[in-house]
Design a binder for this molecule. Structure first.
Ligand SMILES: [Zn+2]
Length: 91
């Protein structure tokens, strides 16, 4: 059985990426052909706070009235990450 994972660059959101070796931890890294940034796929991340769509989900839950500590428990991320997203969203 073949499993296909759609990968896109977390910086410019384009799908033209290529494999770019592995980290010393053994995780596959990718290189964006458009902006030249290197990244690890969302499927291989240990900490969910680095996930590419986490900022969108945090802001959605903020708008819906869920508190910072509740979001931290629901998403499994730190309170500091949520507060940093909140601060950056004002600029
Ligand atoms: Zn890119």
């Amino acid at each position: 059985m073949k499993i296909k994972i759609e990968l896109y660059c977390p910086h410019c959101h384009r799908t033209k990426v290529k494999k770019n070796g592995k980290k010393h931890s053994g995780k596959q890294t990718y290189l964006c052909k458009h902006c030249g940034r290197q990244f690890t796929g969302d499927h291989a991340l240990d900490y969910k706070g680095c996930h590419s769509s986490i900022i969108k989900r945090i802001l959605l839950m903020m708008v819906r009235g869920i508190g910072v500590r509740n979001i931290s428990v629901i998403e499994g991320i730190s309170v500091v990450k949520i507060l940093s997203v909140l601060v950056k969203s004002y600029y």
